[in-house]
Design a protein around this ligand. Structure first.
Ligand code: SAM
Length: 319
């Protein structure tokens, strides 16, 4: 019989660089169990990949704009967005129906946003939003734009260029990379890095490894390590901070900040609590001067530089 804590063992809310040891032990035990030991047959893995855009489109047909709440916490969590009180061009990738776009437009006066998503219905709902309609009928250039685009298969840099004529200052990826199969993560991150200007930022929030939602997947849902399919065909990957740092560095980005966000969420209706694990990260495209300063002279220096780069995470993540 397991002596490990039950999932109801509550976290202390906050930001941390590592997860509580006893929770990791519990989670590892769950992931070693039957439900997580077998992956779905290759036919189904390929089918979910092929139908990814269609499944998200059906998700929005079913849920319209009622599923996600507007994300009013972004400016507080990512102080860099306050720079938009002057002027800031932002790309919101995987924007859905605009739960990130519209609060930011309200709260950051100098912001101009392009939202992209591969779900046609989601982009149609962004364009029907009263703020979008008002922006596009006002007697000045609109502060919001929306386009259907696939982060894996489309040329995102070209789409940004068509809208702004230059790379953006800032890019938000809020619960989006997790929806993409892990084999595409390096290419998608490299594309995102090219869509921002040197010195520009990528702001990320997404699912963290051992989130209770990961542990609760049933047999048949696992598509690859830490990657699962939900009942509606949408998929979710659960990231460790190490993976995020590796992806960032491989895309030539500097990690300004990366931390797990732990939250014990109580479902009052069911009388249950859930240990949610997310992560939050701020990644920066180096300026040419940073690159010159960092450029290793020899292969041996390169190895040292790579080791040093993993120390980019701040000592004390802000809570
Ligand atoms: C969990 S929702 C997040 C929506 C939004 N970022 C927010 O803050 O509410 C994930 C979104 O990513 C989109 N998405 C997933 N894979 C994508 C891809 N390859 N290209 C473009 N959008 C994608 C989905 O259609 C969905 O709208």
């Amino acid at each position: 019989m397991s002596v490990l804590p039950s999932p109801e063992t509550t976290f202390e809310d906050g930001e941390r660089e590592t997860l509580p040891v006893e929770y990791v032990a519990y989670a590892e035990e769950v992931l070693a169990g039957k439900a997580h030991s077998e992956t779905a047959p290759a036919f189904w893995v390929a089918k979910y990949e092929k139908e990814a855009a269609r499944n998200w489109d059906i998700f929005y047909k079913r849920n319209t704009n009622k599923f996600y709440k507007d994300r009013h916490w972004l400016k507080a969590e990512f102080p860099a967005l306050a720079a938009g009180d002057g002027s800031l061009r932002l790309l919101e990738v995987g924007c859905g129906v605009g739960n990130t776009i519209f609060p930011l437009l309200d709260e950051v006066p100098g912001l101009e946003i392009l939202g992209i998503d591969f779900a046609k219905r989601a982009i149609a709902m962004v364009r029907e939003h009263p703020t979008y309609v008002a922006e596009h009928t006002a007697d000045r250039s609109p502060r919001v734009h929306a386009a259907v685009a696939d982060l894996v298969h489309d040329d995102i840099v070209a789409i940004v260029d068509e809208t702004f004529g230059a790379p953006v200052d800032c890019l938000t990826m809020i619960f989006v990379l997790s929806a993409i199969a892990p084999e595409h993560h390096p290419d998608v991150m490299a594309k995102m890095a090219r869509a921002i200007r040197p010195g520009g930022l990528i702001l990320m929030r997404d699912y963290g490894r051992y989130d209770l939602a990961q542990l609760r997947f049933k047999k048949g849902a696992k598509l690859a390590d830490n990657f699962y399919v939900r009942a509606d065909g949408t998929r979710a990957y659960y990231f460790s901070l190490d993976e995020i740092e590796l992806l960032a560095h491989a895309a030539g980005l500097i990690v300004d900040r990366a931390a797990y966000v732990l939250r014990n969420v109580v479902n009052h209706k069911e009388g249950k609590s859930m240990n949610r694990v997310w992560f939050q990260a701020v990644l920066r495209r180096p300026l040419p001067a940073d690159a010159d300063a960092d450029a290793p002279a020899t292969r041996a220096d390169a190895d040292v530089a790579t080791d040093a780069a993993t120390d980019d995470a701040p000592d004390t993540p802000s809570s």
